[in-house]
Design a protein around this ligand. Structure first.
Ligand code: ADE
Length: 229
C-alpha cells in the first residue's frame, strides 16, 4: 500500500509514522508513506498556500491551485482508490473504515489546515472526508497519522502474529480482554488464576466473557452497532 500525504506541516506527520509497527511495515516493503509539502506545489512567486476568505471573516483558506497541482501530479503517476480530506466535518473514523481502507493500494490524504480549504477542492477533488472525533484539532496532520497507523497495522504480514490485529479492541465491536505479564504477584495483586491454568479452551472462553463484560460496562453503545457498518 502507498499513502501520499499532502500537508503544510510535514514535520508533524513524519515522527508518528517513523516508529514501531508502521516503521516495520515500511521496512518490510508492505507500506510506503510519502509526505508532500504543499508549499512545493505553490504556483505564485510568494509560494503562498493560503489566502483571505471571499466575503470576509477571520482565518485564512487553503488555496485551490497548489492542492490541484499536487493531486494531479500524483494522479498522473497512478490510480488512487480514495482521495481523503481530514476534517472535523467528515464521517467519523472507526475500525470498519480502517479495515476497508487497508484493502486499498493507493491513497492520498490531504490534511486540512487554517480555516479550511477552498470548497471547490472538496467538491471536485476529494472522494472522502474523514473526522477522527468530535473535537477540533489545529490541523489535519495528526488525524492523517492516526488514520495511516490504523490502516497500516491491518495490512497482512505487518503484524507478525497473524491473529494479533484480529483480536484488537473493536474488531467485532468488542473491547479487548485484559492482559497481564510477569510478575505473577505484585504488591499482592494477582494475575487471574485461569490465565496460568494452561487450559487454552477455558482461557479463550474467559477472554471472550471478559470482552463482553468490559464492553457492556465501558462502551455499551458498541453492542448496538452492526460490526459491518
Ligand atoms: N482537523 C481538525 N480537526 C479534525 C478532526 N477531528 N478529525 C480530522 N481532521 C481534523
Amino acid at each position: 500500500m502507498r499513502i501520499d500525504i499532502i500537508t503544510v506541516q510535514p514535520e508533524l506527520i513524519q515522527s508518528p509514522l517513523s516508529h514501531s509497527i508502521v516503521k516495520r511495515a515500511i521496512d518490510k516493503g508492505l507500506a510506503e508513506i510519502i509526505i508532500h509539502n504543499l508549499r512545493d506545489y505553490a504556483t505564485d512567486k510568494y509560494k503562498s498556500v493560503d489566502d483571505y476568505a471571499f466575503g470576509g471573516g477571520a482565518g485564512m483558506v487553503m488555496k485551490i491551485e497548489p492542492v490541484y497541482k499536487a493531486i494531479e501530479n500524483l494522479k498522473q503517476e497512478r490510480d488512487y482508490d480514495e482521495i481523503i480530506y481530514t476534517s472535523p466535518d467528515g464521517t467519523l473514523f472507526n475500525q470498519n473504515t480502517a479495515n476497508e481502507l487497508s484493502t486499498y493500494q493507493n491513497l492520498i490524504i490531504l490534511c486540512g489546515h487554517y480555516k479550511g480549504v477552498d470548497h471547490r477542492i472538496r467538491e471536485h477533488l476529494i472522494t472522502r472526508e474523514i473526522s477522527i472525533g468530535n473535537y477540533v484539532l489545529s490541523g489535519g496532520e495528526l488525524a492523517a497519522a492516526v488514520i495511516s497507523d490504523a490502516i497500516i497495522r491491518l495490512i497482512p504480514g505487518v503484524i507478525s502474529d497473524e491473529t494479533s490485529a484480529l483480536t484488537d479492541s473493536f474488531q467485532d465491536n468488542l473491547l479487548a480482554p485484559p492482559v497481564y505479564t510477569r510478575p505473577e504477584t505484585f504488591k499482592g495483586w494477582r494475575v487471574p488464576e485461569i490465565l496460568r491454568s494452561g487450559n487454552f479452551e477455558k482461557i479463550e472462553k474467559w477472554r471472550f466473557e471478559q470482552s463482553l463484560e468490559r464492553t457492556k460496562n465501558l462502551r455499551p453503545e458498541l453492542l448496538d452497532e452492526d460490526p459491518d457498518e
